[in-house]
Design a protein around this ligand. Structure first.
Ligand code: HEC
Length: 166
């Protein structure tokens, strides 16, 4: 009698172990699926040591990739359905709105009126705008201008400052 009870208890424990192990595997698989899904992932190894570019990469993945695409080629998931001007190619060296740091900052901060490129100033801090501007240089394979490494200065944000004084 006691032996049977012990046996039944053993089976019960076995069942619980099964639930624990199997359930654990399911939970791990779900965590892996969330971590590995496309979208904001870790920064590319070559910029991992550069805090400014890592931050720029993070913001770009969240807010810019939908139009500009993962490498800045203008092939993000919603790019084809945008009305009017296409996002262009940030990864070439023909930047329509200029390639000086204050020009890039200006485009990001104020957007391009009449296109889907919206102003990010209200959404991003100056530091964040600097970081994502630096990241666009990285996408184009250009060195990041020293001015973007901070501290924020008025010359860099001159157009915005003109706005504020109005
Ligand atoms: C809804 C789509 C959309 C999103 C999101 C978007 N952009 Fe744009 N962006 C555009 C379009 C369209 C243009 C082209 C404007 C033009 O040709 O005048 C553009 C132009 C630019 C340019 C100027 C390129 C040049 O050739 O001079 C920069 C830099 C830029 N975007 C950076 C960003 C950054 C950084 C973000 C994220 C913070 C972002 N964009 C988010 C649509 C978008």
């Amino acid at each position: 009698m006691t032996e049977i009870e012990a046996g039944a208890g053993g089976e019960d424990r076995g069942g619980r172990w099964f639930v624990l192990v199997f359930g654990g595997a399911v939970v791990l698989a779900l965590i892996a699926a969330v971590l590995l899904r496309p979208g904001p992932g870790p920064a590319p190894a070559e910029i991992a040591g550069d805090g400014l570019l890592v931050e720029g990469h993070r913001l770009y993945q969240q807010r810019c990739i939908s139009c500009h695409g993962p490498r800045g080629k203008g092939d993000g998931p919603i790019a084809a359905s945008l009305e009017g001007v296409s996002p262009g190619d940030l990864s070439d060296d023909q930047w329509k709105h200029g390639d000086r740091p204050e020009q890039v900052i200006d485009v990001i901060a104020r957007g391009v009126p009449g296109t889907s490129m919206s102003p990010w100033k209200g959404e991003f801090s100056d530091d964040q705008i600097r970081a994502v501007a630096a990241y666009t240089y990285y996408l184009a394979g250009r060195p990041v201008p020293e001015a973007l490494r901070g501290p924020n200065d008025d010359a860099l944000f001159r157009v915005e400052n003109e706005d504020e004084s109005q």
